[in-house]
Ligand binder design. Structure first.
Ligand code: DON
Length: 560
């Protein structure tokens, strides 16, 4: 009976849906790259124009972001790629950082068992074994079509020619300059203040990239670069060794795939929590037909918040590196289970998150990651999120090699029950162990509609990544916004603990917040951060594509 009622709801929901929104973002005929910097998007497109496929463009765009967007683009970090080939094959690559061999569960704790502030977030002790170079080589070897040299040449040229500082970049460098100098010393490249319009040239990075071009993947993991990098980190008291680098491997994974109404959503599997958590969210809301509510109305926010709350509670307890922990995915993704999770939800009042023993939990620092989306002429799609974790990672810049090192070790749960820098509370499943990968929230996602490629989407934003990706998909699918509008629309976030909703500044009317307060929702008024920088592509009914480039950053869609 209930099932019949729900099915009817679904059918009516779908049939009522309006025709697709007219595009408001960049529209192109054949191919597109949307990334955090125009220079990187343009290099990806240059590769596509020269006959490269989306995977070739991935290699070039990823490395170009390491040059043009050192805030998050990287050689010293890691990431995840989800792809869909034009023939419908899908897959995922995990090039997430790993804990060094000498890592231990209590490496960031003092003798009393308390977390030592800063050890997992700043400087050499915070650095996990980088995966990015292994990632791009893996993609190139398995899926690329152009010679690697061809992909690297424009990137090296960009590092030599330099990148023009934007206003956003000046502000970011100014904000983090003291911390970078404190960690990396006064000799660091970033000691000099940068102003809008300055050109930043990266000769050391160009040299590193050139050695990689000449000597291949092993240059970074076993060659001169590996030796220099390991020595650099060791001298500063970090854990990473030559052996750690030599042992690093990227891993192909089966993505998480699920249906939401007539969409098929393909997203990143563990060690990222993105796919599992977004799958839970969509299945929890599916019976309600959220499209019947007004976009960002009190009811829509209530429904999403309650699904976010329940999904993050599972995330934090169950998820970790699947090579190390047993994740009960069959159970966590079962529709019956997810519908039952929502059985105590009513629109009358907020559910309260379980209180945690140590009281108030704060989201301490906003930090950076970056996402890019690519579609090529053949219809291959690539969705990649890559990160150093924090803004400029550990703030440790290796001047000789020309790049920042990650602080990804903070994504582990250093002490179960104690929040990390995103306020996420982890459990045993995400404890530290040698060679283990730390749990991520990165959610590179591809969506099919009626069996065809429809959306490529993802974002930075730490713990807010998953909820921002969910909102962007719903904005287009349920609320009929164009890709660009869906990206621009104001966002909100809830992550179970701390038990409050955060809203972006100015995006939500006071009466909506008042409505939610009246239902018992807590709203954090002090924290109104920008949530994510979504870069997405929508395939239009006539086969053209619309870019959604987030105006919260310098993000730019380029295509032809
Ligand atoms: O993997 C993760 O979930 C985090 N390291 C991502 C960090 C991030 O998105 C910071 N960006 N705002």
């Amino acid at each position: 009976m209930l099932f019949a009622a729900l099915s009817l709801l679904l059918v009516t929901g779908i049939s009522c849906r309006k025709s697709p929104a007219s595009p408001t973002g960049l529209v192109t005929e054949k191919a597109m790259v949307v990334s955090a910097r125009e220079e990187a998007s343009a290099i990806g497109v240059e590769i596509l124009r020269e006959g490269g496929n989306a995977f070739d463009a991935m290699v070039a765009t990823e490395l170009a972001l390491a040059v043009a967007y050192p805030y998050a683009g990287n050689l010293g970090g890691g990431g995840f790629m989800v792809y869909r080939k034009s023939n419908g094959d899908v897959g995922a690559l995990d090039y997430r950082e790993k804990a060094p061999l000498s890592a231990t569960a209590d490496m960031y704790l003092d003798s009393l068992g308390n977390v030592i502030p800063g050890l997992s977030t700043r400087g050499a002790t915070a650095v996990g074994v980088p995966g990015t170079v292994a990632g791009v080589f893996e993609v190139h070897e398995k899926m690329g079509s152009l010679p690697l040299e061809k992909l690297l040449e424009p990137v090296i040229a960009l590092a030599e020619r330099g990148v023009i500082v934007t206003e956003n970049q000046e502000n970011r460098l100014e904000r983090y300059r003291d911390q970078i100098i404190e960690i990396s010393g006064e000799e660091t490249f970033f000691f000099t203040k940068c102003r809008v319009g300055d050109t930043l040239k990266y000769p050391s990075l160009a040299n590193t990239l050139r050695r990689i071009k000449n000597n291949g993947r092993d240059e970074f993991y076993k060659g001169e670069t590996a030796k220099k990098l390991a020595a650099f980190i060791q001298e500063r008291g970090g854990y990473l060794t030559e052996e750690d680098l030599a042992k690093y491997q990227a891993v192909w994974r089966q993505p998480v795939i699920f249906n939401y109404k007539d969409l098929r959503i393909i997203s990143m599997s563990p060690p990222s929590s993105g796919g599992v958590t977004i799958n839970q969210i969509f299945k929890m809301i599916e019976p309600y037909d959220i499209g019947d509510y007004e976009h960002n109305s009190g009811e829509a926010i209530q429904l999403l918040t309650e699904s976010f709350r329940r999904a993050y509670a599972d995330r934090n307890f169950y998820l970790g590196d699947p090579d190390f922990v047993e994740i009960p995915l069959d159970f966590l993704l079962k529709e019956d289970y997810l519908h039952q999770r929502m059985s105590d939800f009513t629109f009358d009042k907020a559910t309260k998150s379980e209180s945690v023993s140590h009281g108030t939990v704060e989201i301490l620092e906003s930090a950076e990651t970056t996402h890019y989306s690519i579609v090529d002429e053949m219809g291959n799609a690539v969705s990649v999120t890559t990160t150093l974790n924090g803004a400029y990672g550990s703030k440790l810049y290796c001047d000789e090699l020309g790049f920042f090192l990650n602080n990804e070790m903070d994504d582990f749960s250093s002490k179960p029950g104690t929040p990390n820098m995103f306020g996420l509370i982890g459990a045993e499943a995400n404890s530290i162990a040698p060679e283990k990968r730390m749990l991520s929230s990165m959610t590179p996602t591809i969506v099919e509609k009626d069996g065809k490629l429809w959306l490529v989407v993802g974002t930075p934003g730490g713990s807010t990544i998953i909820t921002a990706v969910a909102q962007t998909i719903l904005n287009t699918y349920e609320f009929n916004l164009s890709m660009q509008e869906a990206v621009e629309a104001p966002r909100f976030h809830h992550q179970w603990l701390p038990d409050y909703i955060i809203f972006e500044p100015d995006g939500f009317p006071e009466e909506t917040k008042e409505f939610l307060r009246s239902k018992g929702y807590l709203i954090n008024e002090e924290r109104t951060p920008v949530i994510g920088k979504v870069d997405a592509i929508r395939i239009l009914p006539d086969g053209r594509m619309e870019g959604g480039a987030d105006p919260r950053g310098d993000d730019t869609a380029v295509g032809y």
